[in-house]
Design a protein around this ligand. Structure first.
Ligand code: AOF
Ligand code: ZN
Length: 329
């Protein structure tokens, strides 16, 4: 299952609206004979990719899949039937498929005499590669991560508005590595006017990655046609609204969405309860003046404070990355 999770991580960001699934086939003696992951929409599912690699060696073997094999004729045939046809004796999956159209694969396999078990490393899969997709299946809304960088004194830009760079090179490398796996990056028009960001996913050598997240600019201020976010390096969606629900509706086909600055956009998402996860980069830097990461989150008294709990803390060079999720979840 660890191998299947790794395989699915490698395709995260390239499969939505389908989930990034990983599959591993072991032959009858337990050797790995096929590894696969979901191809971009319209392409084969993970199991079919892994079965193709395994060929006849799958007969009498075991399939390990991060999601319950699908049971429907969609853009591709049902994976449950592909596993039966491949002669698999055992199937382990991590998470049941919550999509009613696709569910039922476990039952179909059992009826065909295959030994089936679910739940293997389910927490790792639910909190990892399938987290954003499962969230959208459950809520109908994309999974939103709010990311920001702050100094020790809680500033995200200096008094003159400059903000590059608060964090060090390790943290910046991490931000770019994460971008490769996203479906969309959202910024406000104020950030475009102040920083003129490109918002592209770039490889360590600075070149453009093959998969680019959708760039989304939100707000009612005009941005110049020369803004770098409008270049042809990646697709861009401009939403002339301040309404968080409208933004989420426009992104209904995206699983994994990152909201970056600025402070008003972050405040609007927080106030709307639309932040599912926070990535807070904290740099050992003091500015003593300058703007904060959030302007107004709809909180006027301490009992209304928005509270989060720690998922984990990472050390990146001299900086810290706090991964947080809402208390209620
Ligand atoms: C699997 N293995 O690798 C994936 C699955 O649009 P379709 O026809 O490709 O079907 C998409 C649905 O299939 C998706 O919503 C989810 O329920 C399941 N995805 N299932 O057995 C895979 N990606
Ligand atoms: Zn399938």
């Amino acid at each position: 299952m660890r191998l299947a999770i790794d395989a699915s991580e490698a395709v995260r960001g390239s499969t939505s609206p389908n989930p990034p699934v990983g599959a591993v086939i072991l032959d009858a003696s337990g050797d790995v004979v096929g590894v696969g992951a979901t191809r971009p929409p319209g392409g084969p599912h993970a199991e079919v990719v892994a079965l193709a690699a395994a060929g006849k060696r799958a007969r009498g073997g075991t399939a390990v899949v991060t999601l319950e094999p699908c049971n429907h004729q969609g853009r591709t045939g049902p994976c449950s039937q592909a596993l039966i046809d491949g002669g698999l004796a055992v199937v382990h999956y991590a998470v049941a498929d919550p999509n009613p159209t696709a569910a039922g694969g476990a039952e179909t396999l059992r009826r065909a005499g295959v030994e089936v078990s679910g739940g293997l490393l389910a927490d790792d899969v639910e909190g990892g590669p399938l987290r954003a997709w499962l969230h959208r299946q459950r809520t109908g809304r994309p999974h939103v991560t709010w990311k920001f960088a702050t100094t020790l004194d809680g500033r995200s830009a200096a008094a003159d508005g400059t903000s590059q760079w608060i964090t060090g090179p390790e943290a910046r490398a991490r931000v770019h590595a994460d971008r490769l796996r996203l479906d969309a990056i959202v910024v406000g028009t104020g950030t475009v006017l102040a920083d003129d960001p490109r918002l592209t996913a770039r490889l360590p050598d600075g070149s453009l990655a093959e998969h680019q997240p959708l760039r989304v600019v939100v707000g009612t201020r005009d941005i110049p046609a020369t803004a770098r976010v409008l270049d042809d390096a990646a697709p861009t969606l401009v939403l002339r609204t301040n309404d968080v629900d409208e933004v989420l509706a426009a992104l209904a086909d995206q699983d994994d969405v990152l909201v970056e600055g600025g402070p008003r956009l972050a405040g609007a998402f927080l106030a709307a309860g639309a932040v599912d996860r926070i990535q807070a980069y904290i740099a050992p830097v003091v500015l003593g003046a300058g703007s904060h990461a959030v302007e107004d989150a709809g909180v006027s008294t301490i009992t209304e404070a928005l509270r989060f709990r720690r998922e984990n803390v990472e050390v990146l060079g001299d900086d810290l990355l706090l991964n947080l999720i809402p208390r209620a979840q």
